[in-house]
Design a protein around this ligand. Structure first.
Ligand SMILES: Cc1cc2nc3c(=O)[nH]c(=O)nc-3n(C[C@H](O)[C@H](O)[C@H](O)COP(=O)(O)OP(=O)(O)OC[C@H]3O[C@@H](n4cnc5c(N)ncnc54)[C@H](O)[C@@H]3O)c2cc1C
Length: 431
């Protein structure tokens, strides 16, 4: 009998406990399912994955394919509905075990649980490979209400131990699948674990970690933040690997508030992962985890103007142009454009979260929807949401206009809401 290892957001061989468990099997098939529903538009008109992330994902798969070949294995790729694909494979009766890295959001957990119920005689195993903590360390039933409470609750717990890549992998079970082909590497960041470790090394070599706290709120610039999110989102690198490199930096160069703050941010990622798992479908719910419906709606025209950078605010337009062109955006710009959509434009926050899902290379369901909820006031923010003053932020963070000019951030001249005969105020004339 054999094991099927299903890759998800763990596209690496180093420090991958799920792969290490799979390495113990007699025979092994390694599979990545490209969920084709991600290429269809959702009810907000957004696709689950746009061109930037798709390019990065293919590069990461290509890179992993090479690493697996060195360990005597093959990466199988199938496109379609993951549940249907796995059902077909498992119906062949060739596998007695299915392994994957633990999923943290309801969308990926639902079909996994249904599949496990469909094949009760098989062993379905989830391994904590994409987080700092392991599930048994979290009392999920009493999940902390806020990030601060989460940190306090776990402060005496240690992170999981890192593991080395297996020296060899079991013999391959053949599956009828397509080959992994990569696009040409012309855009940055380039996907894959090799690029991830090179990036991490370069970042720490510059010494920028010692000033991270002062620079992380910038809109642009070299090394203003670590830039590891895309690699973490696809699992080209693990948070433990980032943490270990950070600890080495602290030993060699010195620990300060900035280096501590990098760990602080990694813990935000951690918080949202377990938050997503705990709150299930509510991660995607209009009322969020608070159960309160925000006073927003779906204004198609406003949403379109926001997403294409045609609002009255030059900073918003510049940021949306940057997002659309690169698939990346600083944390500050994400917060400001999210606040603008919800507070200035009165648009349903889920439209923005869905749009980010399509555009972002580093899209991570828990971090994305969790952060959107936070800003929209339906999430874990004890202050009940964030409202950024766009003019003030522009003065503080782009005083010379260089960011706006780099991303063609002109304020739109047309009024935000078009006036046509539907909107024309018609007064009843007394006759
Ligand atoms: C509306 C909104 C949507 C977001 N969507 C995503 C997303 O889909 N994927 C994603 O990885 N991050 C998301 N973030 C968080 C954050 O903006 C990015 O992680 C960060 O900008 C990535 O750049 P970096 O790697 O240089 O981060 P750094 O500042 O160097 O931080 C290091 C790492 O800490 C984690 N981190 C930092 N800030 C946060 C945060 N607020 N929440 C969760 N983790 C954090 C990330 O893994 C990041 O790579 C979102 C933030 C907002 C406000």
């Amino acid at each position: 009998m054999a094991t099927l290892y299903l890759l998800t957001d763990d596209l690496r061989v180093e420090d991958n406990p799920a792969l290490n468990l799979a390495a113990k099997a007699d025979r092994l098939a390694i599979l990545y399912c490209v969920d084709d529903s991600l290429f269809r538009t959702d009810r907000f008109g957004c696709r689950g994955m746009g061109r930037h992330r798709w390019r990065f994902l293919r590069e990461s798969l290509q890179d992993l394919n090479q690493s697996l070949a060195e360990l005597g294995q093959v990466l199988h790729l199938k496109e379609g509905d993951p549940r249907r694909i796995l059902t077909e494979i498992l119906n062949t009766g060739r596998f007695n075990q299915v392994i994957r890295t633990r999923g943290h959001d309801a969308r990926s957990n639902t079909w996994w649980r249904v599949l496990a119920a469909d094949f009760p005689s098989l062993d379905f195993v989830e391994v904590d490979s994409s987080t700092l903590y392991q599930q048994h360390q979290l009392e999920i039933e009493h999940f902390p209400q806020s990030f601060s409470a989460f940190r306090r609750a776990l402060q005496n717990q240690s992170f999981r131990q890192s593991v080395q890549a297996p020296c060899r992998l079991p013999a391959s079970v053949e599956l009828d699948s397509s080959l992994v082909t990569a696009p040409s590497k012309c855009e940055t960041p380039v996907g894959g674990s090799l690029a991830a470790s090179t990036h991490l090394e370069n970042y720490f070599r510059t010494g920028a970690a010692s000033t991270y706290k002062e620079t992380r709120n910038a809109l642009q610039g070299q090394h203003y933040s670590t830039g590891v999110s895309s690699y973490l989102a696809h699992g080209c690198i693990s948070p433990i690997q980032v943490y270990r490199r950070l600890s080495r930096y602290e030993e060699e160069i010195g620990r300060n508030e900035s280096t501590h703050w990098i760990l602080f941010e990694l813990l935000w990622r951690e918080f949202f992962r377990w938050y997503g798992e705990h709150h299930g479908d509510r991660l995607f719910d209009f009322s969020g985890i608070q159960g309160q419906r925000p006073l927003t709606s779906f204004y198609r025209e406003r949403f379109l103007k926001w997403s294409t950078g045609q609002t009255p605010w030059s900073l918003i337009n510049a940021a949306m142009h940057e997002l659309n062109e690169t698939g990346l955006l600083s944390n500050l710009a994400r917060q400001i454009v999210a606040s603008c959509l919800v507070n200035e434009l009165g648009v349903d926050w889920r439209c923005g979260a869905s749009y980010f899902a399509e555009q972002l290379i580093d899209y991570d369901a828990c971090s994305n929807w969790g952060n959107w909820q936070y800003i929209a006031g339906v999430g874990a923010d004890p202050r009940g949401g964030r409202h950024f003053n766009i003019e003030k932020q522009t003065e503080m963070f782009d005083p010379d206009g260089s960011y706006r000019s780099r991303w063609s951030g002109e304020p739109a001249t047309a009024p935000l809401d078009s006036l046509d005969y539907y909107d024309w105020p018609v007064e009843q004339q007394a006759t």
